[in-house]
Design a protein around this ligand. Structure first.
Ligand SMILES: Nc1nc2c(ncn2[C@@H]2O[C@H](COP(=O)(O)OP(=O)(O)O)[C@@H](O)[C@H]2O)c(=O)[nH]1
Ligand SMILES: [Mg+2]
Length: 195
């Protein structure tokens, strides 16, 4: 059983699809992380709706993952914003060794969190301060400071140091996400039912 199947089991939500968005700048390690989370031999499904905009999607039991790069594609922003409405949890991946683009990552994060389809929802946001194995990587505390994460008051968030190549730190992150995503989804569906 892969980590994802366990996650969906823990969520106890096999009948409901849980949509997780995995976002971050290109080269931060999103594809590597998702490949580590996938059960072995899960075929990936790559969708290319338009030139220059790649989305990776895959499903494992009731979990649906949508992964895309947030950098250099502002032209396609309206295409990826389409996925915001349906999301139940966000994984935001940062290359901790990429000091030059930390400010770009922060801008993208701020834009994401202030989007109308995200800002009103208390969905959990998991940050992976990835590439911790590199000697010039910043600590997760430093990454957290550079992204001003302490200013996020309206959503549960958590940051984990990770080395996606070795799979280190991923379980800790997924463990955190499962508890918080479950709480969010229960609220979300209760709200839909009440409405
Ligand atoms: N050293 C190191 N390299 C990593 C790590 N995670 C990903 N990479 C490498 O970074 C590059 C970009 O990774 P990828 O998953 O394609 O990034 P994406 O563009 O965000 O999907 C690849 O060469 C990966 O092997 C990590 O934790 N440590
Ligand atoms: Mg990728």
């Amino acid at each position: 059983m892969g980590l994802l199947d366990k996650l969906s089991g823990w969520l106890g939500l096999r009948k409901k699809e849980v949509n997780v968005l995995c976002l971050g700048l290109d080269n931060s390690g999103k594809t590597t992380i998702i490949n580590q989370l996938k059960p072995a031999n899960t075929p990936g499904q790559e969708v290319v709706p338009t030139i220059g905009f790649n989305i990776e999607k895959f499903k494992s039991s009731s979990l649906s993952f949508t992964v895309f790069d947030m950098s250099g594609q502002s032209r396609y922003r309206n295409l990826w914003e389409h996925y915001y409405k349906e999301s139940h949890a966000i994984i935001f991946v940062i290359d901790s060794s990429d000091k030059l683009r930390m400010v770009v990552a922060k801008e993208e994060l701020d834009t994401l969190l202030s989007h109308e389809d995200i800002c009103s929802k208390k969905l959990p946001v998991l940050f992976f301060a990835n590439k911790m194995d590199l000697h010039d990587a910043m600590s997760s505390v430093k990454v957290s400071q550079m992204l001003c994460l302490e200013t996020i008051k309206d959503k549960p968030w958590h940051i984990c140091a990770s080395n996606a190549i070795e799979g280190e730190g991923l379980k800790e992150g997924v463990d955190w996400l499962q508890g918080n995503a479950r709480a969010f989804i229960m609220l979300y569906y209760c709200h839909c039912v009440v409405k």
